[in-house]
Design a protein around this ligand. Sequence first.
Ligand code: ADP
Ligand code: MG
Length: 245
Amino acid sequence: MTSLEAQLKQLRLTAILQTYQDTARQATQEGWPYETYLATLVQGEADRRQRNRRQRRIKEAHFPLRKELADFDFAALPHLNRQQVMTLAQGDYIARAEPVILLGNPGLGKTHIAIGLGLAACRQDHRVRFYPVTALINALQQAQEAHQLPRFLEKAQRHQLIILDELGYVPFSATGAQLLFQFCAALSERVACIVTTNLPFGEWVRVLGEERLTNALLDRLTFRSHILTFQGESYRFRYQQQHTS
Ligand code: ADP
Ligand code: MG
């Protein structure tokens, strides 16, 4: 290894290390100015870093599955406003820390859209975290038992988007509801969130148990929120029917 290569390696300029010779050959053949050679190498390095950063954001988001908006069949859900979803995918709500609520029966693609929006956010270099609500409540409970709740909330605040999947499928304990409320209060107006739920707002009290707490939570989640309702027949169910008959 030449000393140039050793230095490129030490400076972690991996893309430049890999391409500088081929690019030099091309530069000679095509008579590039020095600046063009340098700019080409630096561009390659910048591109590599951006790719890596996006992949890291996606990994750190802990998505359970890869679901792209591009693979979503909007024709199957005529009530869902495709344009509204695509506008959200551009990410302005993230900078404004606004909540997005995806509401509707199971099997209609709420988790798919939530992940798709999360992937779009990662590609815009936002820090994203996906939680099934039950897993979040467990994590909050563990943090509290270890006297680490403030630290946990502080770390959560470093994200730009938090996705809470499947609110309302499982009823909460009183402490679970209390912790979820604290979590949402800590994020409110600082971190954007996407909540998927099968619960119409009128039924939240029943699942969360506590009226005053629930109304406060709803107040925070619906203030300046984008609400997308999913109506229709389960996509899985329909798909199954179309492919068996
Ligand atoms: P929900 O979260 O509303 O229960 P999911 O997002 O889990 O629904 O959707 C169930 C499955 O059906 C997933 O594999 C999802 O990718 C797929 N799906 C649902 N709706 C659509 C759609 N309109 N286009 C493509 N795939 C869909
Ligand atoms: Mg779901």
